[in-house]
Write a protein that binds this ligand. Sequence first.
Ligand code: NDP
Length: 484
Amino acid sequence: MKKNPKEAKNRLTTSHGAPVPDDLDSLSAGPGGPLLLGDVHLLEKLAHFDRERIPERVVHAKGAGAWGWFEVTHDVSRYTRAAFLSEVGKKTEVFARFSTVGGEKGSADSERDPRGFAVKFYTEEGNYDFVGNNTPVFFIRDPLKFPDFIHTQKRNPATNLKDPDMFWDFLSLTPESIHQVLILFSDRGTPRGYRNMNGYSGHAFMWYNDKGERFWVKIHFKTDQGIANLTREEAERLAGEDPDHATRDLYESIAAGRHPSWTAYIQVLTPKEAEALPFDPFDLTKVWPHAVAPLRPFGRLVLDRNPSNYFAEVEQSAFSPGNLVPGMAPSPDKMLQGRLFSYPDTHRHRLGPNYHLIPVNAPRAARERNYQRDGAIRVDENGGGGPNYWPNSMGGPAPDEGVAPPGIPVSGLAARHRPKGGEEDFLQARALYEKVMSDTDRAHLEGNLAAHLSGAKKEIRERQLALLEKVDPGLAKNVAGLMG
Ligand code: NDP
């Protein structure tokens, strides 16, 4: 096509490509106005600006992200047939997003909160999303409780203020939360930055090899920068002085060529070993002790490229624990099962039904081929003139039975089963407090708990202290003492 001689390089245009004569003075009837509707550039500019905000994520709203790669360092092909893990030395492009959970998009990075740790692997068999946290466990083990739990961490419906009564009322009535409460109120609840924390899958997933043998696997990304946390006082100061400190730390470190990295490990249990555990292996309030399932290294994650546009790449990135590739499948973990629905559902609400076409979310080493069509913002060729149904006799994309995961035997009564809870829910919290934490860790935990819990009313404080007492009487005594 002949180039338009009038098309000047770098000329400002409307969003439809027409040249704009003036971007400083609106079209007006006389120098004092009023303005004229004929100024379509002004109308378009205002209308687009009015729509710049998309719905904020209901959780994990404040985040930072970066591009990088994952390299296999140890052979795990006996556990999974995933092509991107098939040989030592194999590299896969990734995009990672880190976040706080409860705060709004403008909230401080240093708030006490779990941190999201999400990584999208652009594999040749489609995108695999690791959607973890910086804590290996969670507050609850049934997704039916999730909206309630999050409401209590957000704002009071009347005052629009964060509310220690709501926060502790729910947690003190939810004993299975105690393990995560201890981790959250240790200094790990205020990491020094996203580079200085680990990422845990929390859930077990099913991995299976090319012989159809299956394993339960948990993934850990351990920071090569070393764990580093803020004290309560440092976190409070930073919330005022530099509320974006973790976002800044990630961006500036990558820009300066200091590329953060993590060593990836798996914990593996055979189905038989999992059955022998003295607790439910799929209960998200529990870890698998290292003595039972040792960490086995398998890879390295490196982030080496900052996003060039925050909204396009970080804000629009969308992860789902259901984005798995052949060789990986969900486990029966009830929280995971709930997330399989909730994550894509929130993306459809936030970004639209075709969110998977947004470049950061689209496969980069594979191609999407299916019979889904149309919908808002369908910006690819939409299947062109090819068939839009299956089965068809036109050579359209066909399912591949060879990628089906092995079945998981399931039996039991369809009913609302309540886990047994009780003493079992306190054992791992007790091990953490009594055996893993140093004296300094314990002192900071107690101070952090006392500072927050003291904001709740007496009956709630007492109920939470009773849970701390079940972990360790000294813990409850010290926290009560600090609260006076
Ligand atoms: P181990 O002694 O083998 O492991 C303890 C692990 O706890 C460490 O490897 C470290 O894992 C983590 N850790 C160390 N200091 C702290 C801290 N101050 N706060 C939180 N975590 C810390 O024992 P077990 O595997 O039997 O686990 C004992 C307890 O340790 C668990 O009940 C749990 O509370 C905690 N834990 C266990 C993890 C696991 O997957 N087994 C993972 C994290 C914590 P890391 O380097 O991954 O942080």
